[in-house]
Ligand binder design. Structure first.
Ligand SMILES: [Zn+2]
Length: 52
């Protein structure tokens, strides 16, 4: 059997075969984490300005 080393696109996050650099599952996960971070920042900013 011949194994050709083809450049297969894999997800850079989970390493699973994906057409995109980041698969949909990881993309959604990253998006969710980013949203959570944004919420935390907004919350922190709000409490900070509220207490001062
Ligand atoms: Zn992935």
């Amino acid at each position: 059997m011949e194994e050709k080393k083809e450049k297969k696109h894999v997800c850079t996050v989970c390493g699973k075969p994906s057409e995109a650099t980041i698969c949909h599952a990881c993309e959604e996960k990253i998006r969710g984490e980013a949203l959570e971070k944004k919420k935390e920042v907004e919350k922190a900013g709000r409490t900070d300005t509220g207490r001062r």
